[in-house]
Design a protein around this ligand. Structure first.
Ligand SMILES: NC(=O)c1ccc[n+]([C@@H]2O[C@H](COP(=O)([O-])OP(=O)(O)OC[C@H]3O[C@@H](n4cnc5c(N)ncnc54)[C@H](O)[C@@H]3O)[C@@H](O)[C@H]2O)c1
Ligand SMILES: O=CCS(=O)(=O)O
Length: 456
């Protein structure tokens, strides 16, 4: 007997649809089909996979507006943010098509060490098998492509499980993948209930788990997965640093785009701002003035900058985080206003370095400002968090940039840009509890492959 779930639009609470969870027998049948699909993939040439992915990119481009509307209905993300996501998803698919043609190893002469001379090692890359690809709610299509694209390019088969909130957009994506030429025995959608996920993560017919989401789910996956290869893209608590030589107008614009877009629901959002004391007041005034003019409202309207967060519970959690910071002595420069699932852009000052809003990930449009005199003083504060994803700095002082690049616990430091800088082919991922491994198409292909060496 299958269980059902219903989806509502976070903006207006309208029912979007009712769906059935996958039964366990359905999941096992999908896995058996995908195991057969590994033989299909072995007989598919790289150029054929590249051509299929090129076709998928074209289909995603042709259906971008329809898909962007689905994303906005499901997540409350503004239509302009959803359109940007679709441009990124097309680029990630094109990159997957191009990388599918470039998966090559190397040949090694064995005489580097006297005892093994006279042989040549031909190092090849081979697919791991069936990849369980699990995606979060906030970028349902681009993050799905960052998993399905490289997994398929590498010759794997894929069991795809989005967040329940993204059922409609994800089913449409799978439909487009089939239309592009990915066979059903190579890609399968599933939506098991939470109670079946431990059993699924442990399933012997899953060879690797490629997960993007929060720490709690990642811990459950790691506990169940055993020796499976894990690729984990998790949370972030990314800093944006404004030095005394910063272009303050550009820095304020980046801070707004990297914190308030997507209602702050990005792993790489600028979740903490560190501003050098001599420019603090001027930067704060520019930031508050620009932020106060942002339009908060219907995410389907082109001029809306901030829509609702994913649900009321998320809004409540964000409000509690702000109230805790205020209880610790923080003051409100803007916002601290809530309406249902809406959290208005909120800027906090006089935030203590050890308050939760500085140490934990706040997945909403909340921007704590921290004034500093010496850049050395903020390094331990920035690193005092379980996360280490990306960072941004506005400065042209190369020695400061190089010093922070070496000292900050992050996977990427973006200069004169926000921590949310990302382009689809760069390596993407963090350290500590921000995850394990790297996405970014070429890097993800390697994560979902293994080397096989022929010695002749
Ligand atoms: N690093 C990145 O690229 C990145 C990108 C987006 C979001 N995130 C992080 O994700 C979190 C927000 O997204 P979310 O609320 O969708 O995350 P979530 O962890 O609640 O859910 C993510 C996905 O995992 C599934 N899931 C939950 N428990 C599971 C289990 N035991 N086994 C298998 N799958 C399970 C969910 O159904 C969903 O599909 C934030 O922490 C954010 O920072 C990270
Ligand atoms: O939530 C993070 C995904 S991305 O926008 O950095 O790709």
């Amino acid at each position: 007997m299958s269980q059902s779930y219903s989806l509502v639009n976070p903006y207006n609470g309208n029912l979007l649809g009712e769906y059935e969870y996958s039964t366990w027998s359905q999941v096992e049948s999908k896995l058996a089909l995908l195991k057969q699909g590994q033989k299909v993939q072995r007989k598919t040439a790289a150029f054929e996979r590249a051509n299929v992915l090129t076709k998928l990119a074209s289909l995603l481009k042709d259906n971008a507006e329809k898909m962007a509307n689905l994303i906005t209905l499901e997540t409350g993300k503004t239509i302009s943010d959803s359109r940007v996501e679709m441009v990124r998803a097309v680029n990630a698919t094109i990159a997957s098509a191009e990388e599918a043609r470039q998966i090559s190893g190397e040949s090694l002469d064995s005489d580097a060490y006297a005892s093994a001379g006279g042989k040549i090692g031909v190092v090849c890359w081979r697919p791991l098998g069936t990849i369980f690809c699990i995606t979060p709610f906030n970028f349902p299509i681009n993050i799905a492509i960052h998993k399905i694209g490289p997994a398929y390019a590498a010759g794997n088969t894929v069991l795809f499980k989005p967040g329940p909130q993204n059922t409609a957009s994800s089913l449409f994506l799978v439909e487009l993948c089939y239309e592009a030429g990915i066979p059903e025995e190579v890609l399968q959608f599933c939506m098991p209930p939470l109670s079946d996920l431990d059993r699924l993560n442990a399933h012997p017919d899953i060879n690797a788990i490629n997960f993007t989401g929060g720490t709690a789910a990642a811990n459950a996956i790691a506990a169940a997965a055993g020796y499976k290869k894990l690729l984990l893209e998790l949370g972030g608590n990314d800093p944006l640093i404004i030095m005394d030589d910063a272009d303050l107008e550009a820095a304020a614009k980046a801070a707004i785009n990297h914190r308030f877009a997507t209602a702050g629901q990005r792993c790489t959002a600028a979740k903490r701002l560190f501003i050098e004391a001599s420019v603090y007041d001027k930067f704060r005034d520019i930031l508050v003035e620009k932020s106060a003019s942002l339009i908060v409202g219907d995410p389907m309207k082109d001029d809306t900058f901030v829509g609702p967060v994913i649900h009321q519970a998320a809004a409540n959690e964000i409000r509690q985080r702000v109230e805790a910071a205020i209880a610790d002595g923080a003051t409100v420069a803007l916002g601290h206003k809530y309406e249902g699932a809406f959290v208005y852009p909120t800027i906090l000052e006089n935030v203590r370095a050890d308050s939760e809003v500085m140490i934990e990930e706040t997945f909403g449009p909340v921007m704590p400002l921290y004034k500093f005199d010496d850049v050395e003083d903020i390094i331990p504060i920035i690193n005092n968090t379980a996360y280490g994803l990306q960072a941004g700095i506005f400065s042209n002082n190369l020695s400061v940039i190089r010093h922070l690049f070496e000292e900050l616990d992050v996977g990427t430091l973006a200069t004169n840009d926000g921590p949310g800088f990302r382009t689809e082919h760069f390596p993407f991922g963090g350290v500590k509890e921000s995850g394990v491994g790297r996405e970014g198409i070429k890097y993800a292909i390697r994560e979902m492959s293994y080397t096989k060496t022929l010695v002749i």
